[in-house]
Ligand binder design. Structure first.
Ligand SMILES: NC(=O)C1=CN([C@@H]2O[C@H](COP(=O)(O)OP(=O)(O)OC[C@H]3O[C@@H](n4cnc5c(N)ncnc54)[C@H](O)[C@@H]3O)[C@@H](O)[C@H]2O)[C@@H](O)CC1
Ligand SMILES: Nc1ncnc2c1ncn2[C@@H]1O[C@H](COP(=O)(O)OP(=O)(O)O)[C@@H](O)[C@H]1O
Ligand SMILES: [K+]
Length: 497
């Protein structure tokens, strides 16, 4: 477990200390007087971290009981050394003797059964213990801290391989693992996760213990800035295809998003009967009558200044919409495909064959399942062994299948491209306010606007998701879709744009 000049034993000591520090930071009341702790130690290095925690709590005067799984003589060397050190201070009882109920529940239970090494579902008596713990803590007794990952949860995917410990706090080391930020079809297993530094170098990524994940990061201010002698066409002309009369709101939201994010010009292309409705609602956004595929080709085919398109938000289906989409894909320009465009794609193989490397597809879970039924089935199947199929895996596979960037929406959003790059945008209580009608349309507009400004599709999608979440975090509770583009100027200022 050694990393460069640092020995595994030192890393394990720091990990155990990190867990203790995080516990007392999260629950300052536990510092007031020495309490009682129960440590569950597994057969690997996660168990080793547990023996360090046992020793450190005992040093603080806590009453500590350790239950161990398996034969301690078979522990890996660093964990065995910490077991030996603890055995001079206190007892180690077999895990079969562990029992939790409301009367005997200690102040703190430390789950050091399995970390990143979990490969299969918890079996007896661990599944029973996980269940007991969940029942007792649900009644308000005691607290559970998980070392690195709640046992039973796969660190690569965040999915439960059967029964799993429900932790009030998870303490991981160095950086988040994919399982800490991805969501699965199952419930969440830890209320909070904190990362403790154990002194590993920040780069390269290969120095990270366990699986790695790239989180969405803020775009550089200079990538968003407008400066110098540029004119509006320098910043691109974004075009949104609208739905029919009575269904133009989604396209208008996307258009507003594209304009606010800095596209030089934005046009909503609508059928003649829908144009008055579009015109009545907006001023800076332009309109053009586009009744069918022939109009689309006539207006935008030769005009290469129209350099990014968005199709799908409330666009509708049927032959007319299908032909329009076919014409649009034939232009081979940067294109965001959302909502109804995704449904059309799932129904028509020839449209799918026309997808190209400048497309960004933005499905939510339902649209993803229609487009990629095999991947969706693999993701929905209850996992039994690790690493389990994750949202990251299926998004990457979808990108390879289509040859386009895929942005798989949800509480957690994953963006992947056919070259194998992937970024995760994690969820929090503020981004949960994005679950409101039309927020996906604004996101499509953000991607559109950035592509019009010359950002490559995958980059545009990553930046758009980051800015979308940043707007939600900044605006806070009460957010509706219209607020997102209007909050962008504040977000830009905060980023130094
Ligand atoms: N890699 C590093 O640099 C560091 C690792 N540390 C700790 O080490 C942990 C990883 O240690 P290990 O790789 O030993 O893995 P674990 O301790 O997570 O577990 C591995 C052991 O569990 C067994 N196992 C897996 N699933 C099982 C199941 N369902 N039932 C019964 N046995 C099962 C495996 O056969 C193996 O013996 C991390 O999660 C972290 O807690 C920390 O000490 C900090 C530094
Ligand atoms: N808990 C959540 N459930 C669903 N969407 C969420 C959630 N949290 C954030 N979001 C985000 O909100 C947006 C919803 O988009 P979408 O499903 O297309 O809705 P709409 O079509 O109404 O705009 C996506 O960007 C998604 O990632
Ligand atoms: K654990």
């Amino acid at each position: 477990m050694a990393q460069g000049h640092v020995t595994g034993r030192v890393l394990m000591e720091r990990a155990g200390r990190g867990v203790c520090d995080a516990v007392f930071e999260a629950w300052p009341d536990l510092t007031e007087q020495a309490g009682r702790a129960c440590i569950l130690c597994g057969p690997g290095n996660n168990g080793g971290d547990g023996y360090v925690v046992a020793r450190l709590l005992c040093d603080r005067g806590w009453g500590v009981t350790v239950f161990a799984l398996g034969d301690p003589r078979k522990l890996p060397p660093d964990a065995r050394a910490n077991h030996t050190q603890w055995a001079e201070m206190g007892q180690v009882r077999p895990i079969e003797e562990a029992q939790f109920d409301a009367e005997t529940m200690p102040d703190l239970v430390v789950d050091a059964l399995f970390g990143i090494g979990l490969t299969r579902a918890l079996t007896a008596p661990l599944d029973r213990l996980a269940e007991q713990l969940a029942q007792v803590t649900a009644q308000g007794s005691g607290r559970v801290v998980a070392v690195d990952v709640p046992s039973g949860i796969c660190a690569d995917s965040g999915r439960a391989l059967g029964a799993a410990v429900r932790a009030d706090l998870t303490v991981t080391f160095h950086c988040f693992k994919p399982g800490h930020v991805l969501d699965g079809p199952e419930r969440a297993h830890s209320s909070a996760t904190v990362v403790k530094d154990i002194g590993l170098p920040k780069a390269p990524m290969t120095s990270i213990p366990g699986p790695a994940v790239a989180l969405a990061t803020a775009p550089a201010a200079e990538d968003l800035r407008k400066a110098g002698p540029a004119h509006k066409y320098t910043h691109g002309h974004a075009v949104v295809l609208s739905g029919p009369a009575g269904r133009t709101g989604a396209a208008r939201l996307a258009a507003r998003g594209a304009l606010r994010i800095g596209a030089g010009l934005v046009t909503v292309a609508a059928r003649a009967d829908a144009l008055p409705e579009v015109a009545a609602h907006q001023t800076a956004v332009m309109q053009r009558v586009v009744d069918d595929a022939a109009d689309l080709k006539a207006f935008f085919g030769a005009d290469t200044r129209a350099n990014a398109f968005c199709a799908g938000p409330a666009m509708g289906g049927g032959a007319g919409a299908r032909d329009m989409l076919a014409e649009l894909l034939a232009l081979k320009r940067p294109t965001v495909l959302d909502a109804d465009a995704l449904t059309l794609l799932s129904e028509d193989q020839s449209l799918r064959d026309a997808l190209h490397g400048s497309c960004v597809l933005t499905p939510h879970q339902g649209e993803f399942a229609r487009l990629f039924p095999d991947l969706a089935a693999r993701y929905a199947a209850p996992p039994v062994s690790g690493p389990a199929c994750s949202k990251l895996d299926v998004t990457l596979d979808a990108a390879v299948q289509t040859g386009s960037a895929i942005l798989f929406k949800g509480a957690v959003t994953v963006i992947a491209d056919p070259q194998g790059r992937a970024v995760v945008s994690p969820a929090d209580d503020r981004t949960a306010w994005l679950a409101t009608a039309g927020s996906g349309d604004v996101l499509a507009g953000f991607i559109l606007g950035l592509m019009a400004r010359g950002h490559a599709p995958f980059q545009a999608a990553c930046h758009a998701v980051y800015l979308h979440c940043a707007c939600a975090r900044r605006f806070g509770p009460g957010l509706v879709a219209e607020d997102l583009p209007e909050t962008l100027p504040e977000v830009f200022r905060a980023l130094g744009v």
